[in-house]
Write a protein that binds this ligand. Structure first.
Ligand code: ADP
Ligand code: MG
Length: 562
């Protein structure tokens, strides 16, 4: 055996499984895999505790595949996962690891898709069923025998399943599977509710615990930035100017915040989308696929919607809103640094959230360094660097194709090469600010606070707005409009129960616009602003004349900035 294959090959797994695993590029089993695989192969019940990103899927999938009797075309293993996304991810992992095992069939069973085909797939000989508990119970109500041949049961992300309220469903499922089964439970945390499930439904389980918190976090560079609550979006936009990211996930707490930030990012030209619990399942999947293949670069998500999301391209995690507890912080930043890659995590901290930062530092055993908002010079440098990078390949090859044209243009225009090159640069950069004075003018003031200013920051958050911070907010420049767009205003706002998606839906449906024709939507308490194409605006406003949103007349009007 060569050194590279030693790890997996030493595990007593079927060579076809080992070959498939090595073909996916894994070299060594991770700690949880190394410890769990022999236990599961030996037939023991098991409780595995390890953080996100430690490789739990293969830890159960490989030994289970090893145990499947391919000649029997009936359900033999059942994997329960909290969400549709995770169920699909686990099912895909099984298929990957079973690539060289012909005859293995995997079916994913989850809500939001028709039941008939799922049940047929189970009956047609799938040996491995990956399911969300809720939908599986629906199937059990139709056919109580559907799980009667299952010998291996895995509860993946058990803590999350309980958080989502699947306790009763789990009990129903336990009862529907023969008691002779082998049961394996994986969870990032082991609250008492999980321990009590284990006591009732597992037999003499072996425990595997991977103390991986620090391990998960070490590959990830962490920093925090002190910023006032109402300055988060401009702060994020500023940070993005200088961060060199491939794909980025931004976490916020509310659905509305996913829409607001995604809209602000799109308006700045980023390929961004929101991911929240209101978004239809198949649309969510499309968002994740787009992030994987680069059609999107930024996803703004709530914790639940992003749970378990595994996209190796993610280099950055922005915690725009504080996580609710240190564990979800570790989960969130585990979305980057996947499979040993480097990652960077940024945390925005408002004055009253400083205590949570300390808790996070204590729990992860690491200091989260303080970062500063990049100043205009840094923004300018980053922009020039990007421009340079985008030109480098063109410089190498454009003279052959465009050199003659350049000569002709300088002759026709009677100008110097420098003058023409400057004109071309101006055209190519499309109005972007690329000198210090222009960047300074363009960057809205983002009041952050630091050690010295903290007391005033705290006052401000408690509502005793100091004059200075009130003034800062007044001076905040409006978001610059994209070329060809104008802002429109409606008197409907949050107090009318309006969310950005309602406005978006109404304009898409009744105005017949393409999604990308609509820019940023800002919902304020008593009004909303929507960026729309200037071209054809009159016609659009006429079309929308009688449109109602949330039962009220939209009455959209062009909004004059000055
Ligand atoms: P968890 O369920 O613990 O959060 P996953 O099973 O989703 O973790 O695995 C996290 C990532 O690590 C996935 O991209 C997976 O393909 C990768 N991975 C798992 N095991 C290995 C391994 N032995 N070597 C390299 N990458 C691995
Ligand atoms: Mg997992």
């Amino acid at each position: 055996m060569t050194q590279e294959t030693g790890g997996f090959a030493a595990l007593d797994l079927n060579p076809n499984i080992v070959a498939a695993v090595l073909a996916t590029g894994y070299e060594e089993p991770s700690a949880i895999q190394h410890q769990s695989i022999p236990i599961i192969l030996a037939g023991h019940d098991m409780i595995g505790q390890a953080q996100t990103g430690t490789g739990k899927t293969a830890a159960f999938a490989l030994p289970i595949l090893n145990k499947i009797d391919v000649s029997k075309r009936e359900p033999q293993a059942l994997i329960l996962a909290p969400t549709r996304e995770l169920a699909l991810q686990v099912a895909t992992a099984f298929e990957t690891y079973a690539k060289q095992m012909p005859g293995v069939n995997v079916v994913a069973v989850y809500g939001g898709a028709p039941m008939g085909p799922q049940l047929r797939a189970i009956r047609n000989g799938a040996q491995i069923v990956v399911a969300t508990p809720g939908r599986l119970c629906d199937h059990l109500r139709r056919d109580e025998k559907v799980l009667s041949t299952v010998q291996y049961l895995v509860l993946d992300e058990a803590d999350e399943m309980l958080k989502l309220g699947f306790m009763d469903d789990l009990e129903v499922i336990f009862d529907a599977i023969p008691a002779s089964r082998q049961t394996v439970l994986f969870s990032a945390t082991l609250p008492s509710s999980i321990r009590s499930i284990a006591e009732r439904h597992l037999r003499e389980p072996k425990h595997v615990k991977i103390q991986s918190k620090t391990q998960t976090v070490t590959a990830i560079e962490q920093a925090h930035l002190m910023v006032h609550a109402d300055q988060k979006i401009p702060a994020v936009l500023r940070l993005l100017e200088v961060e060199e990211f491939d794909a980025l996930i931004a976490f916020v707490r509310t659905k509305q915040a996913t829409l607001d930030l995604a809209a602000a990012l799109e308006a700045k030209g980023y390929k961004a989308a929101a991911l929240n619990g209101d978004i239809a399942q198949n649309q969510r999947e499309r968002v994740i696929d787009s992030l994987k293949d680069g059609r999107l670069d930024i996803v703004v998500a709530t914790d639940v919607a992003a749970r378990g999301l595994d996209v190796p391209r993610i280099t950055h995690v922005f915690n725009v809103d504080m996580p609710y507890d240190p564990e979800s912080y570790v989960h969130r930043i585990g979305r980057t640094g996947r499979a040993g890659r480097d990652g960077r995590a940024l945390l925005l901290v408002t004055p009253r959230e400083r205590r949570m930062l300390q808790v996070i530092e204590r729990v992860t055993g690491q200091k989260v360094a303080e970062a500063r908002l990049p100043n205009p010079q840094a923004v300018l440098d980053a922009r020039i660097k990007k421009l340079t990078k985008s030109l480098a390949p063109l410089v190498a090859e454009s003279e052959a194709s465009h050199g003659e044209l350049f000569d002709r243009l300088t002759a026709d225009l009677g100008c110097s090469a420098r003058a023409l090159a400057s004109a071309l640069l101006r055209k190519a950069t499309n109005g972007q600010a690329l000198d210090l004075a222009a960047v300074e003018r363009e960057q809205p003031l983002v009041p952050t606070y630091n050690q010295r200013e903290r007391s005033s920051g705290e006052r401000a958050e408690r509502g005793e707005r100091s004059e200075r911070s009130a003034g800062d907010r007044e001076r905040r420049a409006p978001m610059p409009l994209a070329e060809g767009r104008v802002r429109c205003r409606t008197a409907l706002g949050a107090r009318d129960g309006i969310a950005a998606k309602n406005l978006l839906g109404a304009i898409l449906n009744e105005g017949g616009l393409a999604r990308d024709a609509i820019g940023r939507i800002q919902v304020r308490d008593s009004f909303s602003l929507i960026e729309l194409p200037e071209d054809g605006l009159e016609r659009l406003l006429t079309k929308l004349k009688d449109t109602r949103v949330a039962g009220k007349q939209l009455k959209l009007r062009r909004y004059r900035e000055d």
